[in-house]
Design a binder for this molecule. Structure first.
Ligand SMILES: [Zn+2]
Ligand SMILES: [Zn+2]
Length: 435
């Protein structure tokens, strides 16, 4: 067996390998991940490898139906078979689930549905991490520590205070901007703004965040994404938030919570409908029409709905004409919404939200390209001005209150002991302040 005892300080590739080529997909590496053994692969290839290695096609596609956990076990380097350590995300899920299950046990709960689900998740996660994990090494998956989302900014969603949120984002050209879009509230389960939008059922702000480039698949401390929260915790409405997430390309698999199974398990009409929708390849997604007999449809986009297995077709609604059609699977191709190609545009201008519709994607793309990225700063300035005025008013009120004598004192009296102490404290504080 290949020895990987000594991880090199810098990843070393064998000389007969192209250093930039991923040996799983044989393409140029995208977001490469360096394993402790020194081999590196595309981030998605490592994930894919973990999920798929050792499974037959049949098991990959239908494994969960046979009770095979398709996310487990396969965590060795594709080149040398040395173990792949868990990611930080997996460990934070592990801690969160362990804490939750201990809470339930403390309440004497060892058999509720919630307990069973958590137990199953823990078993799956533990086998993903593996018994041979050294308990120390963490896979650097290139994910930076998230920016901490201040609670008052999180509250902007609830209060619909868009300018204040935009002001906090700041300059769209700054490197911090994108990270702030995906900021997470550390004292509240690492929720993102997008996830808060889900809770508040606010698809306007959610669309603005996605248009600005927020990542739809950021996971909170329970490893739940925006979509998972909407579904598994019943936060937000699937018809609005859930579908928005799907149209923007949200992943439906790949997290410890198998949301599709959870939904099917509910046995409710909506749960079964939603799980069936997400089990189909294009259900709920935004797609482009290709190779259709009605050639004018080709290249245009639609949002797909229910899958019709008898005919291998989908019920679809064309995006720019609202025409409802039934389109064959072979005539559809996923085309997730992106900031450059959103299909529609939620505009925030002069304190007002407007949903802009277009006649075509070309028109929409041209509009998006013409939007001054600095609109974020402009809109944020309104909030800054407002806050400054409020601060000035407060300072003025405070100055007035301080000028007024304290109760029990008359003008001309000697300064009271209390006041002297206060003054002394203030001076001390000033002295301590760094220059
Ligand atoms: Zn690759
Ligand atoms: Zn290796």
């Amino acid at each position: 067996m290949h020895s990987c005892d000594e991880p090199p300080a810098h990843p070393v590739m064998k000389t007969n390998e192209e250093p930039d080529i991923c040996s799983v997909c044989l393409e140029i590496k995208v977001k490469p991940i360096f394993l402790p053994c020194g081999h590196s692969f595309c981030a998605s290839c490592v994930d894919g490898w973990r999920d798929q290695y050792g499974l037959t096609e049949e098991e990959k596609n239908h494994g969960s139906a046979y009770g095979i956990d398709v996310t487990t076990k396969y965590r060795t380097c594709p080149n040398c078979r040395s173990p792949i350590p868990p990611t930080r995300n997996m460990l934070s899920s592990l801690h969160a689930f362990t804490r939750q299950i201990r809470d339930l046990e403390r309440q004497g709960d060892f058999e509720s549905r919630a307990y069973q689900l958590l137990d199953a998740k823990l078993i799956s996660l533990n086998s993903q991490i593996g018994d041979d994990w050294d308990g120390v090494t963490v896979l650097d998956d290139g994910e930076e520590e998230p920016v901490d989302l201040p609670v008052p900014i999180g509250k902007c969603v609830e209060k619909n205070n868009i300018p204040k949120m935009l002001e906090w984002f700041g300059d769209p050209d700054s490197p911090e901007f994108k990270r702030k879009l995906n900021a997470q509230v550390s004292i509240c389960g690492n929720m993102t703004l997008l996830q808060i939008c889900g809770e508040e059922n606010n698809t306007d702000i959610a669309s603005i965040l996605l248009q600005l480039g927020a990542d739809v698949d950021v996971k909170d401390s329970q490893a739940a994404t925006y979509l998972v929260r909407t579904i598994a915790y019943g936060q937000g409405d699937f018809e609005t938030c859930g579908k928005l997430a799907l149209e923007w390309g949200a992943a439906t698999t790949g997290h410890p919570l198998d949301v599709i199974t959870i939904l099917a398990d509910t046995g409710t009409e909506s749960g079964i409908f939603q799980s069936t929708l997400m089990r189909s390849e294009f259900g709920g997604r935004r797609c482009e029409v290709i190779g259709h007999d009605r050639s004018e449809l080709n290249g245009s986009t639609c949002v797909t709905d229910v899958y019709l297995p008898e005919t291998d077709e989908y019920e679809c609604r064309m995006e720019h004409t609202d025409e409802e059609l039934v389109i064959g699977h072979k005539n559809l191709k996923r085309r997730d919404r992106t900031p450059q190609d959103p299909g529609y545009y939620i505009e925030f201008k002069d304190g007002k939200l407007t949903r802009r519709e277009f006649k075509s994607n070309q028109e929409c793309q041209a509009f998006v390209a013409s939007v001054d990225p600095n609109w974020v700063v402009q809109a944020g300035k309104a909030a800054a001005a407002e806050r400054e005025a409020a601060a000035k008013a407060e300072a003025a009120a405070k100055a007035k209150a301080e000028a007024a004598p304290e109760p029990g004192e008359r003008l001309g009296d000697k300064p009271s002991k209390k006041r002297m102490e206060k003054k002394e404290n203030e001076n001390a504080r000033k002295r301590q302040r760094p220059v």
